[in-house]
Design a protein around this ligand. Structure first.
Ligand code: CA
Length: 704
């Protein structure tokens, strides 16, 4: 290369470098301005002046407040955080008005005190997430004020460098990445920013061990269902960071926006009916008052509501998000723009079934997943929550804040021992399930789910068959040697209006209790319950009492009471091969029940080998084979050489479609035979089952 050319290239390279540096400095400025604005909006401005005045007056000369216990090591409600929150308010005030010299001095003092005392908590979250996040926010707000001596800022930045972002998963990873972004902005450290943003968006993938899954469920604390709870923190955080980075070189890629939107629109929002979320999605948060009310994801005065942030980031789903906002804000009915949907989450052991008139979702657990957790003294009584719990919603508010007065061994849907006193969970952070046979088949609109229960010395084969107007719930092979009675609970929800029962050939209004072995149907709160094979059924409509502290010691000990509708089968003690059948028909009037004393569906089998239901109107059959076997009736014969769950559509046609799933998630293929009045398939059909991350998902074959 000649000298001239060399010089030219050097000059060109320098020019590029200068422009890159200039560009990234501009980006830093853009990102920093957005974040600072965001943080300011988060602080309640109406109360800010008063709070700052009060706390400025009460701050001692050494930079501490006498009312804060700095020695506290509490896991939750950690007192020292109050110190940082107050400084954050000071920082917002100073960001608005740098001239306040006294407040500036106090802020510096209070931060020095924090470093001197260096408070610690027994909960890693406080040290690695809560505390560095707060310090980072303070530094961001103070950045342009220049009131912090460099040595103090450096010490705070050092203290902030907590948490292993690479090792952390899901929402925790994101939280750590966010305080890294703060640090990168304060120090203008491009390498740190690159790594922080990379880590922040890393959880937006379907290849997670924990976090978002290939079936678009969300699992955290091991493979434990956390669709709201940690899943909501994930959504909030990702959309928040994505909104800060919009239009910069750090912006979230289109591919990842699509994944995030899918989780928000097609999973998370589907678990909300009206403004209330399915109680199965909240993890241990089920034990916190008001948690099921999702109003705050739709409306927040500062514009930081999840759906507002999502609309900024994603232009494509604006309409769907607005529809959800209409339902959540109760401007539209819970049925507004709800399309029929059926989804089985084979990674999460969870089923969603939506119709305009209702939601009916089921949570179960397998040896692949983890049962409900208690931890930090929260969610003490949810021992049996994943044992086939059914969330049945019409208005949405059926279970809102009922948890302190629930009888926790009669959670809707579960089969369990009936203890005189609710059992505490002794194992913290969840234990692994035991069942190998748990899953569901789905065509996207209809489906069947199965949960083979084996827990706490109770065994049962439980299955749900989902149609348009009804869900058929079957249980078979119920066995236990426990000394308590075994019960299957049909529902336990707020009592609302009259309870009607048709038993022993006559209709009655149930005022307190009913116990019968000849029940045809029950009707309450626009939901009908049919009992096609009777059984010993008990019903109560009574006041139940409790407190939030009973299920979560961090919460209020105030007494809570209310009237509860509770309906359950009593299988008695030492049941051997017992069974139950009930059909839930949501969205019917009492008159409809009287005019239609029977449901249109037909139960074809309910024993230890097979459970099967046919819906004549839909020309559809759903079958759970617990072992290789054959189902034969006047119209069709179908056999399988492996246990599986099936859905057959267009039975009475020349082209039926069969949907198949493998609840063991171990098979590579199976063989089936089929014949009907319209179609005789002579050779066995070989079905290849999905593998890898799709194990347990549904495959379909069109016959003929
Ligand atoms: Ca009980």
């Amino acid at each position: 290369m000649n000298k001239f050319l060399y010089k030219f290239y050097v000059a060109l390279a320098s020019l590029c470098l200068i422009s890159i540096v200039g560009y990234s400095q501009d980006e830093f400025q853009t990102i920093e301005t957005r974040i600072t604005q965001y943080l300011k909006e988060e602080i309640n401005t109406a109360k800010l002046d008063q709070d700052v005045k009060t706390n400025s007056t009460s701050l001692k000369a050494n930079g501490s407040w006498s009312t804060i216990d700095y020695s506290s090591t509490a896991g939750t409600g950690w007192a020292p955080l109050i110190h940082l929150n107050r400084i954050k308010q000071f920082a917002v005030a100073l960001n608005e008005n740098i001239e306040n010299v006294q407040l500036a001095d106090q802020t510096v003092n209070a931060l020095r005190y924090w470093l001197k005392v260096d408070p610690t908590s027994t909960n890693w979250f406080q040290g690695e997430i809560a505390s560095p996040t707060n310090i980072g926010e303070i530094l961001m707000l103070l950045k342009n004020t220049n009131i912090l001596p460099k040595t103090l800022q450096d010490s705070l930045l050092t203290q902030m460098s907590q948490g292993n972002v690479v090792k952390a998963v899901g929402a925790n990873k994101l939280d750590i990445a966010i305080h890294m972004i703060y640090r990168a902005c304060v120090t203008r450290d491009k390498a740190l920013m690159d790594s922080a943003v990379h880590q922040a968006f890393l959880p937006i993938t379907l290849a997670n061990k924990q976090g978002l899954q290939s079936d678009y469920s969300y699992l955290q604390h091991g493979p434990q269902l956390q669709i709201a709870s940690y899943g909501q923190v994930f959504l909030n955080g990702e959309y928040k960071v994505a909104s800060w980075l919009l239009g910069t070189s750090y912006a979230l890629s289109a591919e990842k926006v699509k994944i995030l939107d899918h989780y928000l629109v097609d999973t998370f929002l589907k678990t909300i009916r009206g403004r209330y979320i399915d109680f199965n999605t909240e993890g241990r948060g089920i034990s916190r008052n008001d948690v099921l009310d999702k109003k705050n994801i739709s409306e927040q005065k500062n514009g930081h509501a999840l759906l507002t942030l999502a609309k900024k980031v994603s232009q494509k789903n604006t309409e769907k998000l607005e529809e959800a906002q209409q339902r959540i804000s109760e401007k539209q009915a819970p049925s507004f723009k709800i399309e029929p949907l059926h989804t089985h989450f084979w990674k999460g052991d969870y089923t969603l079934h939506l119709r305009p008139a209702y939601s009916f979702n089921v949570r179960s657990v397998s040896k692949r997943t983890i049962r409900a957790e208690q931890g930090n003294n929260e969610n003490l009584l949810a021992k049996f929550l994943p044992d086939g719990s059914t969330n049945i919603q019409r208005s949405g508010s059926e279970y809102f804040n009922i948890m302190p007065i629930w009888e926790w061994d009669k959670i809707p849907g579960i089969t369990s021992r009936d203890y005189p006193v609710d059992q505490k969970m002794t194992i913290e952070w969840g234990e692994r399930g035991l069942s190998p046979f748990v899953g569901g088949v789905s065509d996207g609109v209809y489906g069947a789910s199965v949960y083979q229960l084996n827990y706490n010395e109770v065994r049962a084969k439980k299955a749900w068959f989902f149609f348009d107007d009804e869900v058929v719930c079957l249980g078979a092979d119920i066995n236990s040697f426990a000394k308590e009675s075994i019960t299957t609970t049909v529902n336990q929800a707020w009592a609302k209006g009259a309870v009607k029962a048709f038993a022993n050939g006559k209709l009655s209004t149930v005022n307190k209790k009913l116990s019968t072995n000849n029940l045809q149907w029950v009707w309450h709160d626009s939901i009908g319950y049919y009992f096609p094979s009777q059984g010993n059924v008990e019903l109560s409509k009574q006041t139940q009492k409790g407190s939030w502290a009973k299920i979560n010691t961090n919460r209020s000990t105030d007494a809570v009471k209310g009237d509860v509708f509770k309906l359950w089968f009593n299988h008695g003690t030492d049941p051997v091969k017992q069974s139950y059948a009930y059909i839930v028909k949501p969205g019917v009037s009492e008159k409809d029940m009287q005019n239609q004393p029977k449901s249109a569906v037909q139960i074809l089998a309910n024993d230890e080998t097979m459970q099967a239901v046919k819906n004549e109107n839909l020309n559809m059959m759903q079958i759970v084979f617990y072992q290789a076997g054959k189902l034969q009736n006047q119209k069709i014969a179908i056999s399988v050489d492996q246990a599986c769950v099936l859905l057959i559509k267009d039975i009475d046609s020349e082209q039926p479609t069969i949907y198949i799933a493998d609840p063991t998630q171990t098979l590579t293929d199976l063989k089936l035979t089929f014949s009907s009045e319209m179609l005789k398939v002579t050779e066995p059909i070989s079905v290849t089952l999905p593998q890898g991350n799709q194990k347990g998902a549904t495959v379909s074959i069109k016959l003929n």
